[in-house]
Design a protein around this ligand. Structure first.
Ligand code: ACO
Length: 355
């Protein structure tokens, strides 16, 4: 049977390094508070008029394509995962397609927040397994810094997030298909969601809800019956346009779902925690990763974290961490690699692969 494997991986982070002390100059925060609560020391911010979510995704894609040995005209499908797209529409998939000079293949946009890369990987995996595509380019990229609240009101959120991109090229390999077999490629993916607390980690505007779903945020009745309901004066005055996070509720849910979805992946493949060479968790918060590591009794060398340098880059965090781990020689041929994510929605997911 066909299996998908990562044939090439790349990353791009903007050159602009922003330390915790830099943030302390614009809001009431401190290096100590941020490091103690999140593990983050610095993050990268996109350079205005130079970096966008698309351009960063494309930079990462060029590296991944070169490492996979494929040219633009070899790519037969594009998937782009982001929650911070260049435009409200069209999505970054077609913008990246244009920038790479690729014509008329399909381009799909995915917006599953922190789980976006694994959701995208799972979609690509299905297309490869069925034989539909042979070279899928998957990009995950975020430009959070253009849309965060850098006043004291938004400091619990803004100190966490950073900008960057990762990309992979997926290709088919032949496998004997038996669960837990030594053959390489993606062994399984596991996707979950629970919308019952959707607003706990959200950016609800600009949205077309107007008075629905979040009754306590119902805007004043508009003056006119049609139009103008999207970005109202009141919306801007209330500054209700930034990400919101109930951090403690997110923390409580994340530390349950991370281990759960990793164990689910292992069970589906008749494998044990001790079989894992490296877990690459979504870089949400170092404390969340450490809790997951503790619960699963994983050794330090079995978990890769780089949130210290890049902050939380949402969909891009897993491919950035995976790329960096691979570049540092921590991901080797035939290693068992487990990707795991949890984030807004809530959505959570895992992918198990033999590198
Ligand atoms: N600097 C200094 N003080 C701050 C900051 C800041 N950046 N942010 C908030 N505070 C203050 C608050 O105002 C509050 O002050 P008060 O006690 O005088 O009212 C105090 O710190 C505690 O505020 P909390 O919001 O309760 O902060 P908490 O201790 O919960 O820490 C944090 C916030 C780090 C977000 C924590 O809740 C957490 O780790 N949550 C996990 C969620 C997470 O990390 N999400 C990542 C993104 S989502 C994802 O990727 C899945």
């Amino acid at each position: 049977m066909l299996r998908a494997r990562i044939a090439g991986i790349g990353m791009y982070v903007p050159k602009n390094v922003v330390t915790n002390n830099d943030l302390a100059r614009v809001m009431d925060t401190s290096d100590e508070w941020i490091q103690e609560r999140t593990g983050i020391k610095e993050r990268r911010y996109a350079t205005p008029f130079e970096d966008t979510t698309t351009t960063m995704g494309v930079e990462a894609a060029r590296v991944a394509m070169e490492r996979a040995g494929v040219a633009a005209n070899d790519i037969d499908f594009i998937i782009f995962s982001t929650i911070s797209p260049d435009y409200y529409f069209p999505g970054c998939g077609v913008l990246a397609q244009r920038a790479l000079g690729i014509t008329e293949i399909g381009a799909l946009d995915i917006r599953n927040q922190c789980s976006g890369f694994i959701y995208a990987l799972s979609v690509a995996d299905q297309f490869i397994k069925t034989g539909m595509y042979k070279n899928i380019l998957l990009m995950a990229s975020e430009t959070h810094s253009y849309g965060l609240d850098f006043s004291n009101r938004g400091r619990n959120v803004s100190v966490i997030f950073g900008d960057g991109a990762g990309a992979v090229v997926l290709q088919p390999i032949i496998s004997d298909g038996s669960p837990g077999s030594a053959s390489r490629g993606i062994l399984s993916t596991h996707l979950h969601s629970d919308g019952s607390q959707a607003e706990i980690l959200s950016m609800i505007n600009p949205g077309f809800h107007v008075g629905k779903f979040v009754p306590e945020k119902k805007p004043a009745k508009p003056d006119q019956p049609y139009g103008g309901l999207f970005i109202t004066k009141e919306l801007l005055e209330k500054e209700d346009i930034y990400p919101f996070m109930d951090g403690q509720s997110v923390f409580k849910k994340a530390i349950v779902k991370f281990p759960e979805v990793i164990l689910e992946a292992l069970k589906a493949n008749n494998l044990q925690v001790s079989d894992i060479n490296l877990v690459i968790p979504h870089q949400a918060n170092l404390r969340i990763s450490q809790m997951m590591q503790h619960q699963l009794k994983l050794r330090n060398d079995q978990v890769y974290n780089n949130i210290q340098k890049y902050g939380n880059t949402t969909a891009a965090s897993i491919p950035i961490a995976l790329c960096e781990a691979w570049e540092n020689g921590k991901v080797k041929d035939n290693d068992l690699i487990c990707l795991a994510a949890f984030g807004s929605g809530f959505t959570w997911a895992s992918a198990l692969m033999r590198w």
